[in-house]
Structure formats: structure tokens, C-alpha cells
Design a binder for this molecule. Structure first.
Ligand SMILES: Cc1ncc(COP(=O)(O)O)c(C=O)c1O
Length: 403
């Protein structure tokens, strides 16, 4: 039974919002790992708003921080100091390496900043090309589209912005061969998200780091999806044994308030100087207060450890559950960034699970992507895994019937 709000919302949305998405369900409330639709039906959320609500929906400490700051000071522009944002920057820096932060609003904007950093640095010595990876995803602005290693996203928006090329991921020889005297930056995800939950090899990353050092190229990590604890360390690169020169973040930074940013090693903090980069909404006191609360919760509630424990558990159980199905090729990922790789498109399986009250995502064409909140309990993990087990059995039957 769909109530009036359900129908009205869909009708208004279809009429007045550009049809760039194909949304499903009408959600009106979220709490922890659960979402509630306009009919009051409850769903277990293994998407977390695409790795945004990593602490679950409406975490009480984040909500309280937002409420308190919203009543005090929301925005003043970056022409004035506010006491909240520098505390957040200090906190983030304390968790990676000495350097400085630029705050933005989205993942694409954060990656644009990384690209501008690399170009500004490289142009000092006549270099301005960035190499990124095939199958990567870096955003929908024109520069981040040019960096994105999936041509289908660029289709119709030609001409492509110059200064980018892509090489196969995890292929060091191809990368080394693509470097020229014009290369200023190498951009990659530690775990490719949209591309299909593909982790980079540790050996490969070490070689990339050494190549960047040798050629004075900036190693840039896109941590928009794999950062903020998703893979079991605060930043994905921390679990991979390499340190980039700069990296972007967004999505879960403020657990749902729009916020992005990038962190630059001290060695490169003289590149983007006064007047060379800006963003009206970047680092508002409101978003900063939310992001500070996020960091507090991550520390106080052992979120990273929970992510590692539940991630290992879920991955192991998923391997058991899927072992008997030939159409499942692999279960892979890091922490609670999990992909179930099928031998055909994953959309129908995701849709079937949604009808069983489990929200999931797809990645690439053939990967069912699970990004549950990092605060998930064992019981909530089991509840979702049981749905997946039942869903796979039903799905296998539909595949068989369709043969
Ligand atoms: C790795 C990565 N980079 C960049 C982006 C773009 O972020 P946004 O949609 O906030 O611009 C995404 C979004 O999914 C992403 O996964």
C-alpha cells in the first residue's frame, strides 16, 4: 500500500527535477542502519547514501553538533576566520601527515583541487598532464570527467578537457611507460569504488610511490569513497602502506552534510597560495562542526576497529553463502567496502534485495556493492547476510527458470 505522500513525491520529482537519476522508494526517516519509507516500511541500509552516512543515519552526536552550530553560526565566507574549521583541519592533519587542508563541498570539487594542485606545481617546470586509471571514477565536473577512466560518462560532453590520460589499474609497466616529461600527477583510488570494488595491489602502490619520488610527480589519492574509515583505516592509503603527496575526501567527512576537501603534504603547501583557489561554501562552521563530531565518534566508539571486525566477518560469511553459485565469481573488498562480483549485470539482484527490505548498490556493471554503516553490529550484519542468502537462492531460481 502506497500512501499519498509516496505518489505525490514521485510525481513532483518527475515533473520538476531533471531526470538525471532513476530513484527508487521514498524514504522519510533514517536511524542508525535503518531507513523508513513513506509507508512506514523499514529497510536495512547497506548503501549508507553511497558511503556518506558511515556512522549511520542521524547519529545523535552528529545531530547534536549540527543543531548546536546551526543555532550559533552557519556561514560567514572564507573572508573571515571562524573558530571551528581550523580545529577540524588540525584534527584531520593529526591523523595523517603534517600538511594543510583545503575545504570544499563535494568529491568532484575536492578532486578538481587535487588536479589544480598538480598542474600548478607542474607548470613551474613545464608539466601539466595527469595520469589516472582505467575504470576509475573521479566525479562529474569536466576536469574530473576527463580524469575518470570510463569513457561512457564523457559521451556527449565533448570536447574532453586536455591534459589527461588513463592507463590500466594495477599495471605498473603501463603506468611507467605512460609517464612523459609532461606528467605532473598520478591520480588513483586505493580501492576503486564505482569501478567495481577493486583494491590496488600493495606492491604496485609502492612502485607508484617510488616512481613519483624519482620523477618529482605528485602522487594523488582519491579517497572520496574509500576514505573516512570505509576500508578499516581512516584513510584508505593508511591500510595500503603508502603515503600520497595529497589526497581528496568528501562523502562521509560530515556524515551527510555536504563537505569535501583535500589534504596536502607540507612540502607542497606553498603551491596553492592566496587567490589561486577558492570556494564560497568550502569549510563552513556548520559543516565543520558536523565533521568534528564525526571524528569524535570515530575515536570514541572504536568505529575503525568495528569496521575491520564486521568487514572480515561479512566477507567470510559472504564467501560461504555464495560458494555454491556459479554465477558469483568473487567476493572482494577491504573493511566494509565489499563487492560481490557476478558474471552478469547486478542490477536485478540489487532490486530483488530491495524488495526484501535491504538497500544495496551496484558498481561497474556486474558487481553488487555493499557499503553498510561502519557502526553496524554483528546482529545487523547477520540480518543483512540472511536477506542476501535468501535473496541469492531466489535469484538463482529466477536465473534457472529463465534458461
Ligand atoms: C572515488 C570517487 N571520487 C569522486 C566522486 C565524486 O564525488 P561527488 O559525487 O561528491 O562529486 C565519487 C562519487 O561517487 C567517488 O566515488
Amino acid at each position: 500500500m502506497k500512501n499519498q505522500l509516496y505518489a505525490q513525491t514521485i510525481e513532483r520529482h518527475s515533473r520538476y527535477i531533471l531526470p538525471t537519476y532513476a530513484p527508487q522508494k521514498v524514504f522519510v526517516r533514517g536511524e542508525g542502519v535503518y531507513l523508513y519509507d513513506a509507508d512506514g516500511r523499514r529497510y536495512l541500509d547497506y548503501a549508507s547514501g553511497i558511503s556518506v552516512c558511515n556512522l549511520g543515519h542521524c547519529h545523535p552526536k552528529v545531530t547534536a553538533a549540527i543543531q548546536e552550530q546551526a543555532a550559533k553560526l552557519v556561514h560567514i565566507s572564507n573572508l573571515y576566520y571562524n573558530p571551528v574549521t581550523p580545529v577540524l583541519a588540525e584534527k584531520l592533519i593529526s591523523k595523517c601527515f603534517d600538511g594543510a587542508v583545503f575545504f570544499a563541498n563535494s568529491g568532484a570539487e575536492a578532486n578538481e583541487g587535487l588536479i589544480k594542485l598538480a598542474r600548478k606545481y607542474g607548470n613551474r617546470t613545464g608539466r601539466n598532464e595527469v595520469i589516472s586509471m582505467e575504470n576509475s571514477f573521479h566525479g562529474r565536473t569536466l576536469a574530473t570527467l576527463a580524469a575518470t577512466g570510463r569513457a561512457k560518462y564523457r559521451k556527449g560532453f565533448e570536447p574532453d578537457m586536455p591534459g589527461f590520460k588513463q592507463v590500466p589499474y594495477n599495471d605498473f609497466e603501463a603506468l611507467a611507460a605512460a609517464v612523459t616529461d609532461k606528467t605532473c600527477g598520478i591520480l588513483l583510488e586505493i580501492v576503486q569504488g564505482e569501478g567495481g570494488i577493486l583494491p590496488a595491489d600493495a606492491e604496485y602502490l609502492k612502485k607508484v610511490r617510488a616512481l613519483c619520488d624519482e620523477k618529482d610527480i605528485l602522487m594523488l589519492c582519491d579517497e572520496v569513497q574509500c576514505g573516512m574509515g570505509r576500508t578499516g583505516t581512516l584513510f584508505g592509503w593508511q591500510g595500503a602502506g603508502v603515503e600520497p603527496d595529497a589526497f581528496s575526501m568528501a562523502k562521509a567527512l560530515a556524515n551527510g552534510l555536504p563537505m569535501g576537501g583535500f589534504i596536502v603534504k607540507r612540502k607542497f603547501t606553498d603551491v596553492l597560495t592566496a587567490g589561486t583557489h577558492a570556494s564560497t561554501f568550502g569549510g563552513t562552521p556548520l559543516a565543520s562542526a558536523a565533521a568534528l563530531a564525526v571524528q569524535q565518534v570515530i575515536e570514541e566508539e572504536n568505529v575503525l576497529e568495528n569496521c575491520r571486525i564486521q568487514g572480515d566477518y561479512m566477507m567470510a560469511r559472504l564467501r560461504e553463502i555464495t560458494a555454491k553459485y556459479d554465477f558469483v565469481k568473487e567476493v572482494r573488498g577491504r573493511g566494509l567496502m565489499i563487492g560481490i562480483v557476478l558474471d552478469h549485470p547486478a542490477g536485478a539482484l540489487s532490486a530483488l534485495l530491495l524488495e526484501k527490505d535491504l538497500v544495496t548498490l551496484t558498481a561497474g556493471e556486474t558487481v553488487l556493492r555493499l557499503l553498510p554503516p561502519l557502526v553496524i553490529t554483528r546482529e545487523e550484519a547477520d540480518a543483512g547476510l540472511n536477506i542476501i542468502e535468501a535473496g541469492l537462492a531466489e535469484y538463482a531460481k529466477t536465473l534457472k527458470d529463465g534458461e
